[in-house]
Ligand binder design. Structure first.
Ligand code: FMN
Length: 216
């Protein structure tokens, strides 16, 4: 497996001693799950529209409650005004590296719908859960194309809503940087050390049989 669990120094910046070795699964899984990660160094090449649409097509096939498909995506390809507009919504700490991405994609979801026989808009209970599934499909498809995807919650939602004309009945979740991975040396110094796959909590901290029995 191409995982990075044996590279020296990777334990150094673990946020908690509970974390397992980076990218070392406890059970055998398809490597696509451990090989996906979120780099910040992108080459600065524009993404071709076909690759972007392939990633969005994968997202389209995600499962959703009642097959309502509440996810929506607003994209900008590098070198276009749409890209600059999305970039402008990011917090500075994300903008410094995401400006090198090949495309930016805002992930949204519809929060309400009209239901025959019911008065007024009804909430779509699973809209955020469904949008999360769609984003993961997008990320895994990007990886299958040799690309990387990095989601960012660090953006100004009010500004994005305004400049992108997002209606009130849609929630904004994340802006995803998409593109070809570049050398860590392209990054500002403070980010270079973090430019490596991270670990996960052990399965035992996340999974219980029959009853909620977690500490903390
Ligand atoms: C909803 C969401 C919001 C995130 N926000 C940011 C962000 O604002 N900036 C950033 O650099 N990374 C952000 N990330 C990336 C996470 O830090 C990253 O996914 C996590 O550390 C796990 O690492 P991996 O994706 O490399 O496996 C975000 C990820 C998600 C799913």
């Amino acid at each position: 497996m191409k995982g990075c669990g044996t590279l020296p120094g990777l334990y150094d910046d673990f946020p908690t001693p509970l974390m397992t070795a980076p990218r070392q699964p406890e059970y055998r899984i398809d490597p696509q799950f451990t090989e996906r990660w979120s780099p910040r160094a992108f080459t600065g090449e524009a993404l071709d529209k076909g690759s972007l649409m392939t990633c969005l097509e994968a997202a389209r096939w995600a499962p959703s409650g009642n097959n309502l498909q509440p996810w929506r995506f607003v994209y900008g390809l590098r070198g276009t005004p749409a890209f600059e507009q999305l970039l402008g919504t990011l917090v500075e700490s994300n903008r410094v590296w995401a400006r090198q991405a090949g495309a930016l994609v805002l992930v949204l979801s519809r929060t309400q719908r009209l239901v025959p026989g019911k008065e007024g808009p009804q909430p779509i209970a699973s809209h955020a859960f469904d949008a999360g599934a769609a984003w993961m499909s997008l990320a895994l498809q990007a990886q299958a194309l040799g690309l990387h995807a990095h989601a960012m919650g660090g953006f100004d939602k009010a500004r994005a809503r305004e400049v992108l004309a997002v209606p009130d009945d849609h929630a904004l979740h994340a802006v995803v940087a998409l593109g070809r991975r570049g050398e860590a040396s392209l990054l500002p110094e403070a980010l270079r050390e973090r430019e490596q796959p991270n670990g996960r909590l052990p399965l035992s901290a996340l999974v219980a049989e029959g009853k909620f029995s977690f500490e903390g």
